[in-house]
Design a protein around this ligand. Structure first.
Ligand code: NIG
Ligand code: FE
Length: 421
């Protein structure tokens, strides 16, 4: 396969399953999460980067023109590209030293309390130039693509000053323009209190509201605003102020909620009607009911539970049973979840959260796309949608959640163009 001389039309034939995720034009809930719209032995036809047709091998073969690039699926499966709806993919350095400290007994919170954790990545990210952030970001972009992810939501939050937050968002914009991966930018200036404001919390909240948000909105550097709402980080009152201001600037709202403790995050998300509430490891039944009532999508991040050595996974089954449109994401970041692998997330969701492979795949594609306001363009393989698809090295979709620790799609296509394979 070659991406050179890309023809305007492309056919993928000889597949064991085309897992379309076709269905109602809205996020999937309850038993709908198990309906993958599989076309057994199906094939796919793409024109100018958009899906023109999905059907039986015979139907698609009839559409093939002289210049059509024909890809032999070799009995493999085709799926929409994964949509990773919660990542922190721009940062300088790593936290391997703290990783080792945690192995030796220190906790994530203890490390944060002594100025490590998020703050150590902030120190390195502040010292880096946009070019440096783009260079490391490109490496991670390749990791996402190689794993079959074609769109990521990307948060700032390691700058924590006007200048450094803008620098991060500019790096995200450049990565979107310069790589095949698509980025949806989120402003997370409320990720932590920087040391210079720790004794002056109200002033940092004012800086966020009066200076950072207006600049971010004016320069159109973000579509969403997120806050790390947690005991000892941003209180529910502070989170409310920041998110309400963000809404006035036209930004969509997301929240890190109830990650390390039950701190009222889910309830606040429901009260504000945020688009998503993310993490939710400690959310109780009342919080789940409130999210349902308000139509907030939960974004579950089992990679961070696993990597922090916890067993306190979010209550995915209860959320599905309550009718929530569950999303799964990696939370890729240098501290709590250093994985870009949606395959790993499917495995964790199946094994530890008792989501079936079908439910996990729906949560990682179409539901994730809706949580990013892109459900009409990506997340499923349907006529007219963008041809972001992946040929996976297996013949049954359940293998995606079953085999773990391997990461090798046969081909990853973004807008009908081979981007990895
Ligand atoms: O989603 N919870 C806050 N933010 C990240 C962690 C970021 C970091 O440790 O650098 C998270 O887990
Ligand atoms: Fe996060």
């Amino acid at each position: 396969m070659s991406s050179e001389n890309a023809s305007k039309t492309l056919a993928v034939i000889n597949c064991s399953q085309v897992v379309t995720l076709a269905g109602p034009a809205r996020p999937r809930v309850g038993p709908e999460l198990r309906e993958l719209g599989i076309v057994a032995g199906g094939a796919l036809f793409v024109r100018d980067g958009l899906i023109e047709s999905i059907g039986t091998a015979r139907e698609i073969e009839a559409l093939i023109e002289a210049e059509t690039e024909v890809v032999d699926g070799g009995g493999r499966i085709v799926l929409p590209g994964f949509v990773d709806a919660h990542t922190h993919p721009v940062f300088a350095g790593t936290r391997v030293d703290e990783f080792e400290e945690r192995i030796n007994g220190a906790t994530y919170q203890e490390i944060a309390a002594r100025g490590g954790g998020i703050q150590s990545t902030v120190n390195r990210t502040r010292a880096a130039s946009v070019d440096e952030l783009v260079a490391t970001g490109r490496r991670y972009a390749q990791w996402f693509l190689r794993g079959g992810t074609t769109t990521v939501e990307a948060k700032s939050g390691y700058g924590l000053s006007l200048e450094d937050e803008i620098k991060m968002l500019r790096a995200i914009r450049r990565l979107d323009e310069e790589t095949s991966l698509r980025y949806v930018p989120t402003f997370l200036g409320a990720h932590s209190f920087p040391p210079e404001y720790r004794a002056r919390r109200a002033e940092y909240v004012s800086l966020l509201i009066d200076e950072m948000l207006p600049q971010v909105a004016q320069q159109k550097l973000a579509e969403y605003c997120d806050v790390f709402c947690e005991e000892k980080v941003f209180t529910t009152d502070e989170s409310w102020k920041i998110l309400t201001a963000a809404r006035c600037h036209g930004l969509g709202l997301r929240m890190h909620a109830d990650q390390l403790s039950l701190s009222g995050g889910a309830k606040l998300a429901a009260e504000l009607g945020t688009v998503t509430a993310d993490h939710l490891e400690h959310t109780d039944a009342a919080g789940i009911a409130a999210l349902k009532e308000a139509g907030v999508q939960p974004v579950l991040l089992p990679g961070s539970v696993y990597a922090l050595g916890s067993t306190h996974y979010p209550a995915a089954r209860e959320m599905i049973d309550a009718g929530l449109a569950v999303v799964l994401a990696t939370d890729f970041n240098p501290g709590s979840s250093p994985t870009p692998s949606m395959r790993m997330i499917l495995s964790l969701a199946a094994t530890h959260m008792k989501m079936t492979p079908a439910e996990a795949i729906t949560a990682a594609t179409i539901n994730a796309a809706y949580s990013l306001n892109r459900g009409d363009r990506i997340g499923s393989l349907e006529r007219g949608k963008i041809a972001d698809f992946v040929i996976h090295e297996c013949d049954d979709y359940r293998e995606l959640a079953y085999f773990f620790g391997i990461q090798h799609p046969f081909g990853v296509y973004v807008r009908g163009k081979l981007s990895h394979g």
